[in-house]
Design a protein around this ligand. Structure first.
Ligand code: XIL
Length: 574
């Protein structure tokens, strides 16, 4: 590994996509690589470790290679059962563009007892906080005695190939994966296995990932090289190629700038599609002036083990937001869901300390980089189960240990960790009049009475059923009621069931106009951008069966909702 690691490729792309940016002037040796088209070296050979590996979750760049420490990240079901592995992907590291035949050779140093896995993705997995779908990709795993090749073809959750063969000297091992004549062949000094290639790299791209058993000594990736064979080619992907995208004047963010409120327009975004999907990234940068971290900062992603934090995806989003002049809204510090299993299993006596440590570490890490936090998410019970026929507090690990005071303690810890951040409590189903709104209002009034440092309330505004509607006038009155308490409000997660494109458009526009009309409504954010990655997708089917709640459809075409939002913004021009 040369001492001089090169400019992070993705940061470069993020910066280029920024409108008139000076936000990320390169500080590294970025002239070391060709600046025009990411040309293939004459030999058709690429040394991937000469690129930037410093953002691999769990990876540490060392003189001899990249040391891999397993994060043990799992996607657990909300009741704490199950658990799908969530291996680290080097989203911000080198990607290859490949054509035809090639081989990729890796040398690994694997201490006894370790399970070393190297991932080569044609398409990066789709990651949500309750499930993950592997698309096209393969995994090479080496254990004490065995070499395993697992291939996913993008048509099924079940691997197309899963083969294992014995190896005799697995401590320092060189493995070569060759794509040739429609086959994938894996070779070491003493083994050889071949499988038909179901088109794993037909996307023309290879993204890398690496994982380890967190309880065993770290392994090291000592070399990683790609070489073209026959008439094939390998190139380090030049993520700088996309032209700079200036928001067009009719984009949501440009139109919102012309309103007297200069209202931030946001969307929940995820790191994986920002890196891998040019169309998604283009919509993100041109349409939105605010970014909410969809899942990346939920506890099970950012804090997978009691002493293990992973900020890679959150940092990517923070840098992306900065490079594209977006305000960052971070979601979420304390929640009854999306908690790693170790948190769910905490002894009640240890929960307060764990919660405040989590908040200080995570909010402290992002201090100065995020403008706002959802400190407490969904504190109310989903049922009207309180003694007065209203929802009580949702019962979960934090509430059970501390009662209502967990909310006070969470806000106080967040304020201490980042005194300049605006702190929100975020809730669903409180847009209409009724017991849920009454319970929320009383809760935040009590918090204000007790001097808790809460700044505002997020109205999630999910509309997930036919016939479900938000009445803009009622929503306005709630925002005004909160203003009387000294609290601001925001539309934090709107998505609208697509019972008909017209009804959907009217719903989006009505909620936006309610926000524009109330001076204390600070922003309007949709929960996602496109149905291609919508959070209501039917994930039991493979591939995903998309939902229809978002303004752009799964082919990234704007629905009538987009024009309705544009018109609403135009009507609110200065
Ligand atoms: C959703 C995510 O978008 C999905 O990826 C995940 O599978 C489920 O959670 N209210 C919230 C968000 O506050 O955190 C939820 O996010 C949507 C409802």
């Amino acid at each position: 590994m040369p001492a001089n690691t090169r400019l992070p490729l993705l940061v470069t792309a993020l910066c280029l996509l920024a409108a008139g940016t000076t936000a990320c002037e390169p500080s590294g040796d970025h002239h070391a690589r060709p600046t025009t088209s990411g040309t293939t070296p004459a030999s058709g050979r690429v040394n991937l470790l000469a690129e930037d590996w410093s953002h691999l979750p769990g990876g540490t760049v060392e003189p001899g290679g990249v040391r891999i420490h397993g994060l043990g990240r799992q996607i657990v079901l909300q009741d704490g059962t199950g658990g799908q592995p969530h291996p680290p992907v080097n989203l911000r590291g080198p990607q290859l563009t490949v054509h035809g035949d090639f081989h990729i050779r890796a040398t690994l140093h694997r201490p006894a007892g370790q399970t070393a896995s190297l991932y080569l993705y044609g398409e990066v997995p789709i990651v949500y906080d309750e499930w993950l779908q592997n698309r096209q990709g393969l995994r090479i795993t080496i254990t004490e005695h065995q070499l395993n090749l697992t291939v996913w073809d993008g048509h099924s959750a079940t691997p197309a190939t899963n083969r294992t063969t014995p190896v005799t000297s697995p401590t320092t091992i060189t493995v070569t994966l060759e794509r040739h004549d429609g086959n994938l062949t894996l070779t070491t000094d003493d083994t050889h296995m071949s499988a038909p290639d179901p088109g794993v790299f037909d996307t023309g791209t290879v993204t890398f990932g690496a994982d380890a058993d967190p309880d065993a000594p770290d392994w090291t990736l000592n070399t990683l090289e790609a070489t073209a064979r026959n008439t094939g080619s390998v190139t380090v992907r030049d993520t700088r190629t996309p032209a700079q995208q200036t928001p067009p004047p009719d984009s949501l963010r440009a139109l919102a700038e012309t309103t007297s409120r200069r209202l931030p327009i946001g969307a929940a975004m995820a790191a994986e599609p920002l890196v891998s999907d040019d169309g998604y990234r283009a919509l993100a940068t041109t349409q939105f002036s605010m970014l909410t971290t969809e899942n990346a900062l939920k506890p099970q992603f950012v804090h997978p083990g009691p002493n293990t934090y992973n900020f890679a995806e959150g940092d990517l989003l923070a840098d992306f937001a900065a490079a594209n002049h977006m305000t960052m809204h971070a979601h979420t510090l304390v929640f009854g869901e999306a908690n790693p299993r170790w948190m769910q299993q905490l002894d009640p006596a240890d929960r307060e300390r764990a919660m405040t440590e989590h908040i200080s570490t995570v909010a402290g890490h992002y201090r100065g980089r995020v403008a706002e936090w959802d400190v407490v998410n969904e504190p109310l019970s989903p049922e009207d189960d309180g003694p007065d026929g209203r929802p009580g507090l949702r019962e979960h690990l934090w509430q059970q240990a501390m009662g209502e005071s967990y909310i006070d303690k969470a806000f106080t810890a967040a304020h201490t960790a980042d005194p300049d951040a605006t702190l929100y409590l975020n809730e669903f189903g409180a847009e209409a009049d009724g017991p849920r709104w009454d319970a929320l209002y009383d809760l935040v009034a009590r918090l204000k009475d007790r001097g808790v440092p809460i700044d505002g309330v997020g109205f999630q505004s999910h509309i997930h059923e036919a016939g479900d509607h938000i009445d803009p006038a009622v929503l306005r009155s709630h925002i005004a009621d909160l203003a009387e308490l000294g609290l601001s409000a925001r539309i934090s997660e709107i998505d609208v069931y697509g019972e008909s494109p017209r009804v959907q458009a009217t719903q989006f526009a009505g909620v936006l106009s309610a926000c524009l009309s109330e001076p204390t409504c600070t922003s309007f954010t949709t929960w996602g951008i496109t149905d291609r990655y919508g959070s209501t997708a039917e994930h039991d089917s493979y591939p995903l069966e998309p939902g229809d709640e978002l303004p752009w459809d799964q082919r990234l075409r704007p629905k009538p909702a987009v024009a309705a939002l544009q018109n609403t913004l135009r009507a609110a021009r200065r």
